[in-house]
Design a protein around this ligand. Structure first.
Ligand SMILES: [Mg+2]
Length: 209
C-alpha cells in the first residue's frame, strides 16, 4: 500500500490573497478609497478601525453579497507548485475555516470550489473545519498565528506561510510557494525515504562485470 504523504494546505493567506480581496469589499461597502485602508501587519482588523463585531459583519457581507471567495487573487506559483507536488505523489488536503459565518455556507462552499476550479488547483480532498489539527495531515502550511500555535501544540509539523502579521512566529517558514515546495519535498522524502541499498545484498560493485 502506498503511504501517501499528506500536506494540509490552508486557503486564505496561503493560496488566496484574502486581505486584498477583503480590502476591495470593505472599501466598496464603506464607500472609501481602498488605499485609505493600511496594510495589515497584525492579526485582525484593528488597523482598519474595525471591532471584532464590525469585522464579522463586513466579512459576512463580503462573502454573501460581494462573492469574496469567488474573486480572490491567487498567490504567485501556488497552483504550479501544488501540481508538481501532486504529480510527485503528495496528497493535497485543503483545510479551511470558511464556513465560519452562519447563513453563508452555500455561497461560501460554492464560491470556494468554483475558485479552485477556475484557478486549476489540484486537491484530493477539502475539509471545511476550524479544528485543523483533527484532519490528520503529515505537514501543514498555514498563515494564521493562532492556528500555527494550536497545530504545533498538538504535535504537528507546520510551515508558516510568510505574511506581515505572522512575523513573530518561529520555526519552519516559507516566504513564497517556491520555498514551500522545497520544504515539503524534503519532509516528504524524510517520511518515505528512498532505499539506497537493499538489505542482505552485497555492495553494488560486485554486480557489474
Ligand atoms: Mg489562513
Amino acid at each position: 500500500m502506498v503511504d501517501n504523504f499528506i500536506v494540509g494546505v490552508d486557503l486564505d493567506g496561503v493560496c488566496a490573497d484574502y486581505v486584498t480581496g477583503f480590502r476591495r469589499c470593505v472599501a466598496k461597502e464603506l464607500s472609501i478609497d481602498p488605499l485609505s485602508l493600511p496594510p495589515i501587519t497584525q492579526w485582525g482588523y484593528d488597523q482598519w478601525g474595525l471591532s471584532f463585531d464590525d469585522y464579522k459583519e463586513l466579512h459576512r457581507k463580503a462573502v454573501q453579497e460581494y462573492h469574496l471567495f469567488r474573486d480572490l487573487p491567487l498567490l504567485e506559483n501556488c497552483e504550479k507548485v501544488l501540481w508538481r507536488l501532486s504529480d510527485a505523489g503528495i496528497w493535497i488536503r485543503l483545510i479551511t475555516h470558511r464556513l465560519y459565518t452562519n447563513w453563508t455556507h452555500q455561497v461560501a462552499a460554492k464560491d470556494t470550489v468554483d475558485w479552485l476550479d477556475k484557478n486549476n488547483i489540484p486537491y484530493r480532498d477539502i475539509c471545511f473545519m476550524g479544528a485543523k489539527s483533527e484532519v490528520q495531515a503529515d505537514l501543514y502550511i498555514e498563515d494564521a498565528p493562532h492556528n500555527v500555535d494550536a497545530l504545533r501544540e498538538a504535535g504537528n509539523q507546520v510551515i508558516v506561510f510568510d505574511q506581515p502579521y505572522n512575523q513573530d512566529l518561529s520555526g519552519l517558514r516559507a516566504k513564497n510557494w517556491l520555498e514551500a515546495e522545497e520544504i515539503i519535498l524534503a519532509k516528504a522524502a524524510e517520511h518515505n525515504p528512498v532505499q539506497t541499498k537493499l538489505p542482505g545484498l552485497d555492495v553494488a560493485s560486485t554486480r557489474l562485470q
